[in-house]
Design a protein around this ligand. Structure first.
Ligand code: KG4
Ligand code: ZN
Length: 371
């Protein structure tokens, strides 16, 4: 590694130091998809640095993320991101209490780069390692700018790979009450954007186009499942959009992209708002948070803000930069795992389909015992 090691710590000095510490400082690493990221986070809520190296421009040429290219780019950028995160935070490795890293879910080759870098650093410095669930990271992004937010609360997680309604019962304790049966919300945005030639990534492009369009121009079906009150299904909506485009093409009619984007977005936002508000009422915690890339959607934020205001529910949403993939959120989640005593061994591995709340316990055996 090109990161300079200032000091190698022994477990005895480590323990003594931690007892005397006022603050817990975490170095966090994220590489699950197409952003290489590293951050330094203090006490779970104070971001000292948040370095993100985005590969979006590179993947845009191919219309989506190419896993092999993503892995190679992560290898190129990871040391740079870690070094920058430490420098910007004005800390060195001897100030770091734990290294938190995303170990799933995500692209296996991409995850492996972050996990390997974190393990190498942990091995070289004796700093404890903590594997973090990517979605737990997205949810924890809410703690960063909302110092008052404490569980329990309901969180709507909508990203490129996931659409979950989660009850956050306590730090690191989750109950999934609803999820998508097929495509994730972000995936639907990306596919619809591609179909109307807006390119990748589709979410922000649909968001922008929708601002110029009429949301009532086309009536698309809602992304609902009749027999499950909290689940979503976006593939039917996506097919309806594709059928609409095909029909228009066959009839030689031009598709108004802005109207289509606005109408599609209205349908997605409608069902996400309806389910989220129902969950807050049912689970009685009066607090709603949102997370994941789609949580930066301006129409979704406005719709939930209005619904929460109407119902007297406190609404929490991270800034857009903390909604899309970043390492600060992994540092926030890592902090609460650290407090719970979660420590990963050097056998930590990337788990592409890791489920939320079902940590692979074998990678989190007691750190001290493993040494
Ligand atoms: O959370 P994220 O950065 O990565 C995953 O963990 O998947 O989410 C990426 C997804 C992409 O599908 C992208 O199109 C979507 O979030 N997205 C948006 C917006 N910004 C990003 N979707 C709707 N509106 C946006 N403004
Ligand atoms: Zn993500």
């Amino acid at each position: 590694m090109s990161v300079k090691l200032d000091e190698t710590r022994t477990s005895e000095t480590d323990e003594q130091e931690l007892k005397e510490k006022k603050h817990i400082t975490i170095l966090a690493i994220e590489s699950s998809c197409d952003e290489t990221a590293a951050a330094v986070v203090r006490d779970g809520r104070e971001v000292l640095s948040n370095i993100i190296s985005s590969q979006i421009a590179l993947h845009t040429i191919y219309g989506g993320v190419v896993p092999e290219i993503a892995s190679r780019k992560h290898v190129e950028k990871i040391n740079y991101c870690i070094r920058n995160a430490l420098e910007e935070a004005k800390v060195s490795l001897k100030d770091i209490d734990a290294i938190a890293v995303t170990y799933g879910p995500g692209l296996v080759g991409a995850l492996l780069v972050g996990v390997s870098a974190a393990k190498a650093l942990s091995f070289a410095t004796d700093i404890p390692l903590i594997g973090v669930h990517h979605i737990e990271g997205h949810i924890s992004a809410n703690y960063i700018e909302n110092k008052d937010l404490e569980p329990p609360f309901v969180c709507l997680v909508v990203s490129g790979g996931h659409s979950h309604l989660v009850v956050v019962k306590n730090y690191g304790e989750y109950e999934i009450i609803g999820q998508t049966r097929d495509d994730a919300a972000g995936e639907a945005f990306d596919k619809v954007a591609r179909a109307i030639g807006l390119g990748y990534p589709g979410g922000p492009k649909i968001d922008k186009a929708a601002k110029e369009g009429n949301p009532d121009a086309i009536e698309f079906p809602q992304a609902k499942i009749n027999d499950a009150e909290y689940d979503f299904s976006f593939s039917g909506l996506k097919s309806a959009v594709l059928n609409y485009i095909n029909m228009a093409n066959m009839q030689g009619q031009e598709v108004n992209k802005n109207d289509l984007a606005a109408s599609f977005q209205k349908s997605v936002v409608g069902v996400l708002t309806e389910h989220a508000m129902k969950a807050v009422k049912e689970y009685g915690c009066n607090k709603l948070a949102i997370a994941g890339g789609v949580a930066s959607n301006s129409a979704l934020r406005a719709s939930l803000e209005e619904a929460c205001k109407k119902e007297g529910v406190k609404f929490y949403r991270p800034s857009p930069i903390l909604c899309t993939d970043n390492a600060a959120m992994i540092g926030a989640a890592g902090y609460y795992e650290y407090l719970k005593g979660t420590r990963s061994g050097l056998d930590l591995n990337a788990i592409p389909n890791l489920a939320l709340g079902e940590r692979e316990r074998k990678f989190h055996a007691n750190y001290k015992k493993e040494k």
